[in-house]
Write a protein that binds this ligand. Sequence first.
Ligand code: UDP
Length: 325
Amino acid sequence: MKILVCGGAGYIGSHTVKELLDKGYEVVVVDSLETGHKKAVDERAVLCIGNISDGTFLENVFAKHNIDAVIDFAAYSLVGESVKEPAKYFENNVGGTLSLLSKMREHNVKYIVFSSTAATYGEPENIPILETDKTLPTNPYGESKLCVEKILRWFDEAYGVKYSVLRYFNAAGADPDGEIGESHTPETHLIPLILDAASGKRESICIFGTDYPTEDGTCIRDYIHVTDLADAHIRALEYLKQGGESTCFNLGNGNGDSVRHVIEVVKQVTGKEFIVKEEKRRAGDPPMLIGSATKAEKVLGWRPQYAEIGTIVEHAWKWHEKKMY
Ligand code: UDP
């Protein structure tokens, strides 16, 4: 089976490509390489460099390869930037996926696994968050993903496009073999930033807010290993191919770690000491985000293999030490 992975040179995309290839799928990667890395793409995959908003480019890809299904990761994903530049996010994240969906229609491709986010929920009404909870994003990034979710629903009704929407909590960690990992410019995510402090690339790590209504006053997040996310994409794809109904799934560990705790775990894993500063809250950060992945477990048989925060940090550190891109 031939799978088109859009955004396959990015963090979660590249790990999914590796997993697909290991499982015997043929993989075509489409990536603009604007934020993705050529080196992150497994040599066994075919890489087509271009943007999914470009209809002519996409036409060539679909005409050349007999695509059976699509996994779509191609999107901008910086929450802060999305607040400052909503147009950029809606044009790229919604416009790009719409262009991809049109091409899928033209070529009669009926299956798509779509990369969504816990940011679609906004401020949670319950912990752990369920797929049926209300979706009220607090930033354009989350809104752009929710827009695509809604488009997918109508494309299914009208054109029979079957979709699995995967709402990730905090993707973290790296390939256990250490071949690929996380690399963003600029880096805004907590674990790679703490690792930069541990390795001396940064002077310190700042905790954004110590007055949250949590046990230690810092924000709690549900960190989920990127290889577990990759595994869920393949299960979601197989589920659709076996006639599963279009639906969405939360992907998280179902438990949370505070910022302070993650810093302590990094100190233990790396054996390094570094400066920890305390700052005021970052705008738009809810105190606690934890997802219930019971539905993914029941329907997809998905269970995280690397649920421990210590293992997630260990793998991220292994990658960080030899980071090749
Ligand atoms: N965070 C922090 N210092 C940093 C970066 C992040 O204290 O330098 C906190 C942030 O406020 C949030 C958590 O770490 O509570 C995870 O942030 P990240 O940006 O990694 O993911 P998000 O939850 O925003 O998707």
